[in-house]
Every structure is written in C-alpha cells, then in structure tokens.
Design a protein around this ligand. Sequence first.
Ligand code: ATP
Ligand code: MG
Length: 445
Amino acid sequence: MSTERPQADPASPATIIPRPDHNVSRQQISPNALKVLYRLSNAGFQAYLVGGGVRDLLLGREPKDFDVATDALPEEVHDLFRNSRLIGRRFRLVHVRYGQEIIEVSTFRALHGEDDEHPERHLDDSGRILRDNVFGSLAEDAFRRDFTVNALYYNIADFSVVDHVDGVRDLRDGVLRLIGDPDLRFREDPVRMLRAVRFAAKLGFRIEPRTAKVIPDLSDLLRDIPPARLFEEVLKLFLGGYAAQTFEELLRHDLFRQLFPFTEEALAHEENAFPLTFVAKALENTDARVAEGRPVTPFFLFAVLLWEPVRRRAEVLESQGMNPSEAMRVAADEICERQLQYVALPRRFSTPMREVWQLQPRFENRSGKRAQRLLAHPRFRAAYDFLVLRAETGEADPDLAAHWTRLQEGDADEQRALLSQPAPKTGKRRRRGGRRRTSGNPGGE
Ligand code: ATP
Ligand code: MG
C-alpha cells in the first residue's frame, strides 16, 4: 500500500487568488458567519471561511451552511463567543449559535505523520482516525481535508482565496478528487466514500478515476462506522435535494448495500423492474419537495427505502397463513431489527415509519367504519401518499388509490356517500409481477 501523499506538501507555496480574480463576495456570506470571522480576526487570530461555503460560492451556488477555520484553539474560540459550545471528542470544535444558524469553527489540524504517537491522535488497526486533535497550520489543515474542492479558504483579512491543493482547477473542471492517496484517505475515514458520492451527485461532478477506483474495494469498511453516524449521513444523502442521482451513484459504486443490505438484496431480485422504480420515483418526489421548500421527513424516507424487503417478507408470512396486518407487523419487526445494525433510526422516526407500513393493508377497507377510522388516523396522510406511490409504480391497485383520493378530497357529503358504498369484493391487493398500469391500462380507471 502506498503511504505517500503525492500532493501533500504544506511546504510548497499556495496559490492565492486575490479578490478581483474570484467571485466570492461578503454579500453572499451569512451575516453571522461574517460576525464570527471578524471577531476572530479582531482578536488577533487568523480566520477563514472554508469547506462547502467557499466551494458553493465559487460555483455560484447558495451554500447550505458556513464553516470557519482558525488558528485559535477551541477554548479560545469558546471564550470569544458567549453563544458557543465546545463539541466533539474525536474531533473537537466549536459551534457558535445564532438562533437556528450554527457556525462551525474548527482549529487548523496538523497532518498525520506515519509513526505518529501523539496522544491526541489515534488511528485504529485499519488506519481509521479515531481521534484527531493535534493542531497545526493552515497549510497542514488544507491537506487533511477530504476533497480538493473542499479545501479552499476565503481569508477575511484580505478577501483572497487560498488554494494549496489545486482545488480551484478541480472546481473549474467539475472533478471531485480526494486529497492524497485515496486508499489511505478512505481508510482514515470510510464515510468519505459516501461524501464523494453525495458531492458528485449534488454538484454534478465526476469522481476522479483514481479516487473512484478504490471505492468498491474499500466499501466494506463502512461496517465499522457507528450506525448513528451513518444515520446522519443517510439523511444528508437522501434529504439534500439530490436523492435520485445519489441513489444511482451509491448503487454504481457498490455503496448502497453497505447501508441498506436487505433493500439491495430485495431489489436485486429478477422480476424486479418496479421496486427499483418505486424507490427511484419516491426519491424524485423527495427531491421535488426539497426544491419547492416543502418539508421532507426521515420516517417517510426510511419507509420507502425499507419497503421492498418488508413487503416481501410480509408476503411470505401471509402465504404461511398469517393475516395481512399481523404479517406486516412481524415483517417490520424482523427487518428493522436487522437493519438497525447498519444504520440507526431513532424511535421518533421508526414509530411513524412502521405506522405507514401498518396502514397499507388497511386501505383495502374501502368503506364503512373501518375506512372512516383510517381517514381519521393521524398518520393517514403519509400512508396515503405512500399508497399513491405504490400505485403509480404498479405495485398497488390504482383504483384503490383513486378511491382514497376521492375520499379525502371530497366534501362531507361525498365522503359519506363513498364510505357507505358496499365493499367490493374485488379489492384484492395486486401482487408482485403486476404490470405497470401506464402501459397495460391507459387511463388507469
Ligand atoms: P455541505 O455542508 O454542503 O454538506 P461541506 O463540504 O461544507 O458540505 P461539511 O460536512 O459541512 O461539508 O464539512 C465542512 C468541511 O470540513 C468540508 O468541506 C471538509 O473540508 C471538512 N470535512 C468534513 N468532513 C470531513 C471528513 N470526513 N474528512 C476530511 N475532511 C472533512
Ligand atoms: Mg458545510
């Protein structure tokens, strides 16, 4: 294994792009981030905007949040801001809070030497960084960041951009390149593989071939990452507005199965044109909602991602004589228990997720008291949206979905009429293998 970092030479001079030669303007930086930068600077510290904020501004995009890098120690930063908190142990930094907005301030980190035995730096046997609190210079800090385009620094002292890693070139070329030796850097933190895919999808960049090549060989290392951290990462992957593209890239780079192995297994089944469509379609909807500024919820996302293995398992249990509702509950129990070993899901999300599944068989009751109760269920709306998705992708009966659309859109009289209809005995659930309605039955109804 190569241990060198071809580009990692903090001693070589950085490229400084002066203010007139770049497009980052203070007007685009959040006032709170500017406040943090100026206060650090006025106290005699170096202060830079770094990471996604600089990257996105250089690309003419609106940053999601702003990160600051400084030579002030975490305690010194904390002392400067009453509204701040020291956080992290593995990686100590400071959060400065202004209402909803958090500015993350990190102290320059030193580079790792090969046989480094510093007590504040700790690697495990696989080369994973367990702790990294050795402080250094800006130049060193640049080289321990993940991608070249994430290692650009905007200097509040003279408004220049500092580039140690040819990040500006990669930004211009649309290339996502891990700094240094990809094998080593992915081993240091396997989550960087997920970050690669996330940024590539979001920015429309291609992952540089040397970086991409090692991913399938190293993807197993994600097994060592705590499920709670992967939960956070999954939210960023799928709720960031680029989920459909991200999903494709995760599959392509053999990463999806590290997160959702049971889903991957279920999707890989032969007769499976539609479940893939179901997930893809749902993710497209999610992206559209994000684009419109409408809320998206983790529980619905997980309900989508885990549906195929749950549905399949429930089908088996039903074929063994369990009633649909019981089968759904048991299947959900089984899949959740196994899945949680990979990606955590806090109970406040797993409970409504399971309700969405549990309500699916109940849609078969089209009228009468049961239908009325379902309509009044607090989780009805999410479960209905889920049913519509299933119907749109050929797995549930479109007539059934249309019936529930009419029911909830109708006024009180229409509702009463629909609810008092005798239950048709044809309302059997469509099974796997059912064709997409769009081709077989134009018009649906
Ligand atoms: P966004 O906030 O838009 O998702 P970002 O690039 O700002 O993207 P953050 O997670 O906010 O990502 O991290 C801020 C910066 O910290 C990154 O740009 C990168 O320089 C550095 N960084 C974050 N995570 C890692 C990591 N796992 N390894 C190395 N550097 C990292
Ligand atoms: Mg950021």
